[in-house]
Design a protein around this ligand. Structure first.
Ligand code: 4GO
Length: 258
């Protein structure tokens, strides 16, 4: 897939997209990231892209014309139509489900604002969707673009070395991920759960699902409520709850002893 990014800081976005899994996806030509600087589509000596806000108040607003010209050049650079996304706290919240849908598109474009944002008329005419990565304010959309490039880029077929790891991600089945362990089996900080060493793949899968259900119940009950549970998952979660309650009890007992 192709991702075009309209940004005043193209080097930053390109460097973010050059490392790790996503950098490798670009090398493998599974992903193409292109950047477009609105300053290159200005005609005045100062390469002006912003102006003060009508109605007064502090802060500058990104002007229509340089962005309109940039988007036109960007759209014409490839034949596929681009799904244009503006990144702002006013957008709908990005989820793994939305990431999976975006990852299937042939081409998306990410519009990064700076200052107080972009003139509303440009957004109304040129933008298909507005997305936010959370309820906090950043000084620009570039970090958000980097987040989306990463989340979408790693899902391109062949980007991950272990074909299974995308399906096993947190959220891909509506649950948080299970705990993971590696060498050594025994450590001063504790031992690896026995079942993971058993070689019993069915028992391991069952344990992992139980941990995922339990953690989601403990940490993100909102996700569980949305997902709903079948009979098997309900039984596993009940098992987790009983184990969790007795572990809590043991902890409290040993605290009273001390
Ligand atoms: C996006 C953009 C936060 C987000 C942004 C977010 N802050 N939560 N800042 O996804 C317009 C000028 C928006 C700065 C930009």
């Amino acid at each position: 897939m192709r991702i075009d990014v309209v940004t005043l800081f193209p080097d930053f976005v390109r460097q973010c997209a050059a490392v790790g899994v996503v950098g490798r996806a670009q090398q493998r030509e599974l992903l193409q990231v292109e950047t477009w600087n609105p300053r290159d589509c200005t005609s005045d000596r100062h390469r002006t892209v912003d102006s003060s806000s009508y109605g007064g108040g502090p802060g500058m607003v990104m002007m229509i014309e340089p962005l309109r010209a940039t988007l036109a050049v960007m759209r014409n650079a490839a034949p596929e139509p681009a799904h244009v996304i503006y990144l702002s706290p006013q957008g709908s919240r990005l989820t793994q489900g939305r990431v999976q849908a975006l990852a299937k598109l042939p081409r998306i474009a990410l519009l990064c604002g700076r200052y107080e944002g972009v003139d509303e008329r440009l957004l109304a005419h040129e933008v298909d969707e507005e997305l936010s990565i959370g309820d906090y304010v950043l000084s620009g959309g570039e970090l958000v673009a980097a987040v989306i490039i990463d989340a979408v880029g790693r899902l391109q077929h062949g980007a991950l070395n272990d074909a299974q790891s995308a399906e096993q991600d947190s959220f891909s089945d509506g649950l948080l991920d299970c705990p993971h362990y590696t060498k050594p089996v025994h450590d001063a900080l504790g031992s690896v759960p026995e079942v993971l060493l058993s070689g019993d793949h069915a028992a391991i899968a069952r344990w992992r699902l139980k941990q995922s259900l339990g953690r989601t119940w403990l940490r993100r009950p909102d996700l569980l409520a949305r997902r709903g549970l079948d009979a098997e998952s309900r039984a596993l979660l009940d098992e987790f709850r009983r184990e969790h309650a007795s572990q809590e009890q043991a902890r409290q007992d040993s605290a009273v002893d001390r």
